[in-house]
Design a protein around this ligand. Structure first.
Ligand code: TYD
Ligand code: MG
Length: 450
């Protein structure tokens, strides 16, 4: 049998945005960063005999649940054996807090095998103090303060933990390599060794990665292709709640989110995020509409706000969208102009999805259009009405997926009516809300009395 030769492959990648290129470049064509392209040499995967697809042993699908529902949800149901998870986020957002709580739960739920938490950032005493605050003091939760990935893995080989967590990849060093911890080559090597160890031993490896100020150098973007799952922990530090978002997941949906609230004694799961996102909704104010978006398997109600006001300077109206896609907002504005006969070209339009939530599916179109028109007319929308539907370029309102789940979520939160696509209304059997089916934007705006 002829085996392909193992030729080490040389590739280059941008440390800032992850852009890949066969040859070295002085400037990244993707993000424009200078001197950010670094070389990586990888062995080719060729050489092994090929296996018929039906002969590949099925991996046992059992997942290791952390018991923190919102985290398990973002992971797609818990940790997968041997899978590497990157937990990324701004410094101070709560990554270490989440990690410690999760490890404590795992240590409690499945004795006698311990879990191992390696910190390159904090002393054991500091971690213990955090543990006291969180009530995370399980005897099976073992700590190490390491600065060398080799030492950490040697210990892990002896301990054989159920989960290995490293906080953070930027603070550990691979001793055989030049460079300070946190540099591109170090971060890549440290992560690669941890990932390899996890795969070899069938242990989930959890890597914490800080998002650096510039959003890149030696940060999580560099590691995304190395790991199986990337979770971003996001949130405004001035707000108490945090969203854990799956950015990449080889073992689950990437739309899935977990929501937490930062309290004095750690992170509390938010079981009903819709209620949280709608909590401060103004009643009877114009420019506000509620949409139901699907995030992974869960419907999420969010408030879309719009402010439409006459531009101060003629000719250059502003269009700003936060939490919604700007080009989508532009498209909806154009449809409103054409179909509703609005003159919006000399109006500034600001669209915001309240509470830092985001609405990135077309099912939110009708709510965005409604908020814009409501602000333009200065007429409030009935606060007990949910607005769902995708808008096409001819002003038609198109059906969305999983309408039943969206309606059920709204009913649970006390909504009474729903303006929705005719295509959906026809198929809903026992509707928990009063349905107002519409086929066009014009019909929708009539139903909403705008
Ligand atoms: P931390 O987990 O250290 O963040 P990261 O590891 O992402 O850098 O948490 C940082 C913040 O969380 C810190 O400012 C204090 C706050 N915090 C609480 O409000 N309550 C708590 O119980 C804990 C442990 C932290
Ligand atoms: Mg930390």
């Amino acid at each position: 049998m002829v085996k392909p030769a193992r030729v080490p492959r040389s590739e280059h990648a941008c440390a800032k945005c992850g852009y890949r290129t066969a040859r070295w470049l002085g400037r990244c064509p993707e993000c424009g960063a200078w001197a950010s392209i670094v070389e990586e040499v990888r062995g080719s995967a060729g050489g092994a005999d090929a296996v018929a697809i039906d002969r590949v042993p099925l991996e046992c699908g059992a997942r290791l649940r952390t018991g923190i529902g919102e985290l398990d949800r973002a992971l797609g149901g818990g940790f997968v054996r041997g899978a590497a998870v990157l937990l990324a986020g701004d410094p101070g957002i709560g990554k270490s807090t989440l990690l410690l709580s999760a490890l404590d739960r795992v240590a409690r739920s499945a004795p006698p095998r311990p879990v191992l938490y390696v910190s390159g950032e904090e002393s054991l005493a500091q971690i213990r103090m955090r543990g006291e605050r969180l009530g995370a003091l399980a005897p099976g939760l073992l700590l190490r303060a390491d600065t060398s990935v080799a030492d950490a893995l040697e210990a892990a080989d002896r301990i054989r933990p159920q989960v290995l967590a490293v906080d953070s990849v930027q603070t550990l060093k691979a001793p055989q390599l030049e460079g300070v911890p946190g540099s591109v080559s170090q971060v890549r090597e440290v992560a690669a060794r941890l990932v390899e160890w996890g795969k070899r031993t069938g242990t989930p490896a959890l890597l914490v990665g800080h998002v650096t100020k510039e959003g890149g150098i030696a940060g999580p973007r560099l590691l995304e292709h190395l790991v199986d799952t990337v979770l971003y922990f996001e949130g405004d530090r001035s707000h108490a709640y945090r969203v854990l978002r799956a950015h990449k997941n080889r073992f689950g949906s990437t739309n899935e989110i977990g929501v937490f609230e930062m309290k004095g004694n750690g992170l509390e799961e938010v079981r009903n995020p819709s209620a949280l996102f709608l909590a401060e909704r103004p009643r009877g104010a114009s420019g506000s509409a509620v949409a139901a978006a699907m995030t992974g398997t869960r419907p999420l109600l969010v408030e879309v706000q719009a402010l439409v006001s006459k531009s101060a300077y003629g000719g250059s109206a502003r269009r700003t969208a936060i939490g919604a896609d700007a080009s989508r907002v532009a498209l909806l504005t154009a449809v409103l102009e054409k179909k509703q006969g609005l003159a919006l070209c000399d109006h500034d339009i600001y669209v915001n999805v309240a509470g830092g939530a985001s609405l990135d599916e077309p099912g939110g179109d009708l709510a965005i259009a409604t908020a814009i028109l409501s602000s333009f007319r200065d007429t409030p929308v009935d606060p007990s009405t949910l607005v769902v539907g995708e808008i096409g370029l001819s002003g038609e309102v198109r059906a969305v997926a999983q309408i039943e789940q969206r309606l059920a979520e709204a009913a649970q939160l006390g909504f009474e009516k729903c303006v929705l696509p005719e295509g959906n209304a026809r198929r809903v059997k026992a509707a928990p809300l009063d349905l107002r089916p519409v086929g066009t934007v014009t019909a929708a705006m009539e139903a909403l009395m705008l």
